[in-house]
Design a protein around this ligand. Structure first.
Ligand code: ADP
Ligand code: MG
Length: 354
């Protein structure tokens, strides 16, 4: 398995620059997830690593060697696509062995690798079917099997689960996690699904309009998002964020209430965005409240209750309460948080302050 290094990687289509000086160091055996909204450049970056897209600027190293000029085959990397890209007229076995045959691998070696991959992916019983005779999840396994038999230096995945229905997506997510624990292969995985990113990644790269917003371990991104963009992207339901201009010293005033934040680096009169996650709010007596308002909707999910609280003109706050919380729509509720769970951002730059 090989390390992958992206150094000031750029991509332009004509005058349009879509990737801006991206630096990422991926360790050998690491599982890195590129996540971000549609159109932020995830696929473009992945395709540049694969060699399917020309690199406009910067250096791409795989296993310590610069590979910018190498063809996809010479880079020794296997890519799994969202639409699987299987050959419809070939059996599962032939789909998996085709690439190895083209490379002149011996038949004994091919048979061994296909049998091994089929065993890992539990598709041994389907080896003689064609793709049309398989379910979506089975096709996805075949596409992964075709990558595994190559024993490449790294695996690249581009939204491999987004064509599957919700329950299959969860199942395949677990399969991919187990597969990685077993193979410890260098992996770059693209998704727009932050749950996939949180659960699969050793490290997450959050992208926004062709730049890297933050790189870090999933829980580091969750607990200390470096920007408002990351704060709002990672976590579901999303973090509550409220803009304010009434910051001074160790306190911030929101909707007429002053919240003491000892030690917080609040710029005097600065434009500060206050953030708090739904699970960091609790019910409290009205005189201790940071926020009070009417519950617009109470969603009972069985394991917890999400309340959407109207705390001012057009402003909604999401709060996570216990599953048996005694609350329903139309009731008033008072909420406060732990000062240590508060996130503060410079509204103008979006950068984290605390
Ligand atoms: P993502 O995978 O994150 O949804 P993409 O990497 O596919 O995003 O696209 C990033 C940006 O590059 C988008 O604005 C897209 O329109 C643009 N783009 C992608 N491919 C081309 C192309 N062949 N020509 C021009 N623009 C492109
Ligand atoms: Mg894409």
């Amino acid at each position: 398995m090989a390390a992958i290094a992206l150094k000031r990687i750029r991509k332009s289509y004509g005058d349009l620059q879509v990737i801006h000086d991206i630096d990422i160091d991926i360790d050998s055996g690491e599982f890195v997830v590129l996540v971000g909204p549609s159109g932020c450049g995830k696929s473009t970056l992945l395709r540049m690593i694969a060699g399917l897209e020309e690199i406009s600027g910067g250096d791409l190293d795989i296993g310590g060697a610069r590979v910018n000029a190498l063809s996809p085959a010479e880079r020794d990397i296997a890519m799994v696509f969202q639409d699987y890209a299987l050959y419809p007229h070939m059996t599962v076995e032939d789909n998996m062995s085709f690439g190895l045959k083209m490379r002149g691998t011996s038949e004994a070696e091919i048979n061994k690798r296909v049998a091994n991959a089929a065993d890992i992916l539990k598709i041994t019983d389907f080896l003689h079917r064609r793709p049309a005779q398989l379910s979506g999840g089975q096709r996805q396994r075949v596409a992964m099997g075709r990558a595994i038999v190559r024993e490449p230096a790294a695996f690249l995945f581009d939204e491999p689960l987004s064509n599957l229905d919700a329950s299959l997506r969860v199942e395949m997510r677990l399969e991919i996690a187990k597969l990685h624990n077993r193979m410890k292969a260098t992996t770059v995985y693209v998704t727009h699904d932050q749950v996939e990113a949180m659960t699969l990644a050793d490290r997450i790269v959050v992208m926004n309009s062709g730049v890297v917003e933050q790189i870090g371990k999933p829980l580091d991104l969750y607990h200390k998002p470096a920007s408002l963009f990351v704060a709002r992207f990672i976590g579901s339901p999303t973090m509550n964020t409220i803009e304010t201009t009434a910051a001074r010293g160790d306190a911030i005033t929101i909707l007429g209430r002053t919240i003491d934040l000892p030690g917080a680096p609040l710029p005097e009169g600065g434009a500060v965005t206050f953030g708090i996650r739904p699970e960091d709010l609790v019910r409290c007596p009205v005189d201790e409240a940071w926020f009070s308002g009417e519950v617009a909707v109470a969603e009972r999910l069985g394991s917890q209750t999400y309340c959407y609280v109207e705390i001012g003109h057009t402003r909604m706050l999401t709060v996570e309460l216990p599953r048996d919380a005694e609350i329903s729509a139309g009731e008033r509720i008072s909420l406060r948080g732990n000062a240590r769970a508060v996130h503060l951002f410079d509204t103008r730059t979006g950068k984290r302050l605390n």
